[in-house]
Design a protein around this ligand. Structure first.
Ligand SMILES: [Zn+2]
Ligand SMILES: [Zn+2]
Length: 123
């Protein structure tokens, strides 16, 4: 059997021991919680060192801006947080659209009667 299950997996952001995939990326619990807490206020995060901070297990708390950037670089996506709501919204909209289209088709086909006698097949 492959020994893949026992291999230590490292957080893609800080290198700490990863606990699994969180928001599309393999991360530790710390970075998972950090991302969930921080991503919504990401616009207010500014790195004092032009985004050049090292993000590792020991220093990951020093600069939330760089840590968040590394989260995003690792493939973490904030849309996962709202996915349930977004999906529900999309479904509701789709149902609405389908209902509208169905009613449009019904009215158009009932009001406009394409009569084969008046149609000009050659032209
Ligand atoms: Zn981490
Ligand atoms: Zn930084």
């Amino acid at each position: 059997m492959a020994s893949g299950e026992d291999e230590p997996r490292n957080c893609a952001v800080c290198g700490d021991r990863a606990t699994g995939y969180h928001f599309h990326a393999l991360t530790c619990e710390g970075c998972k919680g950090f991302f969930r807490r921080t991503v919504n206020k990401s616009t207010s995060l500014i790195c004092p060192f032009a985004g050049s901070c090292k993000v590792n297990k020991a220093q990951r708390r020093h600069c939330p801006a760089c840590r968040l950037q590394k989260c995003l670089d690792a493939g973490m996506k904030k849309d996962m947080i709202l996915s349930a709501e977004v999906l529900a919204l999309r479904r509701a909209r789709q149902v609405q659209r389908r209902a509208q289209q169905a009613s449009l088709q019904l009215t158009s086909s009932s009001s406009v009667h394409p009569s084969p006698a008046l149609a000009t097949p050659g032209a």
